[in-house]
Ligand binder design. Structure first.
Ligand SMILES: [Zn+2]
Ligand SMILES: [Zn+2]
Length: 237
């Protein structure tokens, strides 16, 4: 399994917004600017067939119209969107706003499939969708990928909550929200990640969605099982 951190920052930084690519054809989240992030990294989003969305804030799905338009011109027209039940309505509304005269042509051209299941298979991975706590944004999900008894988790945007603690207890790597220095009711902070890493020494925490001051502070703290990635950081598991 190859995981590329496409974005490690939050929207108010020079870093790309939190997002990941798995094995060159699965994306976790599609923030505004995602297609450009990928092109800059030498990756063609035409090849990507699977997009897992954690929740419907703009910094996690606003590049969907550009991705759909690109797929409608690509040889590989397969598009699987894994998300919560409002995903179809939300993404189609956005597509209509972005390209009002092309919605029908795009939808008629691509092989678009929305998957709302809590458990599903992508490539060789068994994936579980798991509820997290992102304040008033409901539902917000994390994902757990399983292969050869290894579990790799993605929290999406979340405060510290039972399911994030659960993910930390079973995962080898947890790609997690660490927006702030101090956690809030919507996002985790360094204090939360410190606690998680102390309680779960077998899990490696790859932090994301960071504000710049959080990144600087994390670098000073030098916590053993925390990885502070730059954009385009690659982990092979
Ligand atoms: Zn959010
Ligand atoms: Zn966000």
């Amino acid at each position: 399994m190859k995981i590329r951190v496409i974005g490690s920052g939050n929207i108010w930084t020079g870093y790309n917004s939190a997002s990941y690519m798995i094995d060159d054809n699965i994306l976790v989240d599609m923030p505004n600017g995602m297609c450009k992030y990928l092109f800059r990294m030498g990756i063609n989003p035409r090849e990507i067939e699977n997009v897992l969305l954690t929740h419907f804030h703009g910094d996690h799905y606003f590049d969907i119209p550009f991705y759909f338009l690109l797929k409608s011109k690509a040889d590989n027209k397969n598009v699987n969107i894994y998300c919560s039940k409002e995903g179809k309505r939300k993404s189609q509304k956005l597509l209509k706003l972005a390209f009002p005269n092309s919605v029908k042509r795009i939808n008629d051209t691509i092989n678009l499939n929305y998957v709302y299941d809590d458990c599903f298979k992508v490539n060789n991975y068994n994936v579980k969708k798991i509820l997290v706590n992102h304040g008033r944004m409901k539902p917000a999900y994390g994902y757990i990928f399983e292969i050869n008894n290894h579990k790799i988790g993605f929290t999406g945007d979340s405060a510290l909550c039972y399911n994030v603690e659960y993910m930390a207890s079973i995962c080898k790597y947890l790609f997690c929200d660490c927006t702030y220095i101090k956690g809030t009711s919507k996002h985790m902070g360094i204090d939360n990640i410190q606690e998680l890493s102390k309680n779960n020494p077998n899990c490696k925490f790859v932090v994301s969605h960071m504000e710049d001051e959080t990144r600087d502070k994390l670098k000073e703290e030098k916590i053993e099982n925390i990885i502070i990635p730059e954009d385009n950081y690659i982990i092979k598991i």
